[in-house]
Design a protein around this ligand. Sequence first.
Ligand code: GLY
Ligand code: MN
Length: 360
Amino acid sequence: MKNKFNFSARLENLNKKIVAENLDAVLISKIANLFYFSGFRGDSAVLLIGKNFRKLITDARYTEQATQQTEGFEIVQQSEGLYKKIEDEIKNLQIKNLGFEGKILTFAEYKYLQENLPGVELKSVVLDELRQIKDAAEISLISKACEIGDKAFAEILNFIKPGIAEFEVAAELEYFMRKFGAEKNSFDTIVASGVRGSLPHGTASDKKIFAGEFVTMDFGAIFGGYCSDMTRTIFDGKASENQQKLYNAVLDAQLLGLEVIKIGKGGKEIDSVVRMKLEQAGLGNYFTHSLGHSLGIEIHEEPRLSRLSTCESLQENMLVTDEPGIYIPKVGGIRIEDTVLVTVEGAVPLTHSPKNLIEL
Ligand code: GLY
Ligand code: MN
């Protein structure tokens, strides 16, 4: 089945990049970019794209799929090694300046190109930036992926009780996401309860959840090739006054994030405003990661909301997560995360699960 993405616009932007970088062609090997520029959802393939040609090189396992999923690409079947076929194609096309994805190619693959294409200038390029602004079809898929996450969260609230292991919670969340239409999880499901909550990326373990513990669940669905990401922290039992205070400090920071995520704001500035809020609450030292990241075909994409962000100015139809958290070693942790669309009206969360403290 073909996708409803605007491939001509994507390929036009790619072509501008090829021209700007003085290239004859680009070799695309990142799986996310194969999908973005061609619609192909398999792996073990590359795209070779120049002004007058578009080739998808793969093996017999994927040729039929490639024909079904792409349009306007010549499907080239290789049977003696992917890089041997790439070499032959580049020689036949007389490519002299070739862009390649330097962050993706292995050292061995790069060496192969260098040694077997001595007359070809190899230039590392980054194509991911072309995926930062999402189109309507992408936003619709991500919204649907977020809706699946929300529905799975509603179900899990009926399941968590003292004595249940984190693994079981993760399995149930994943089962419900699949049942509601997810292709798979967008990353390994995080379920971190009690003291394990101080691990920001505490993927589910055999630890049992007990009354009197926070439970942080960070999970996402892939729908139509696009990811969602959300985190909710609930409490098993009745939270003490201090536990409520900690929770509300994170919630206030997260809500502030939604206010400051705006067109024109930079990634560093947004991170720092939210960080300051947690600092004012005396919790700054416990907020040990960045505020957010973009997502799409990959779970972590540019732009970032962080101290190191290179994003000067958010633009309409970018997506970011807003996910402050606190992690207190040997005590526990709390994180609240929404996937958020940047619009002219401000930040619009695509995840809608309740954020008030849920006590089970
Ligand atoms: N929600 C997982 C992550 O952002 O790393
Ligand atoms: Mn995230």
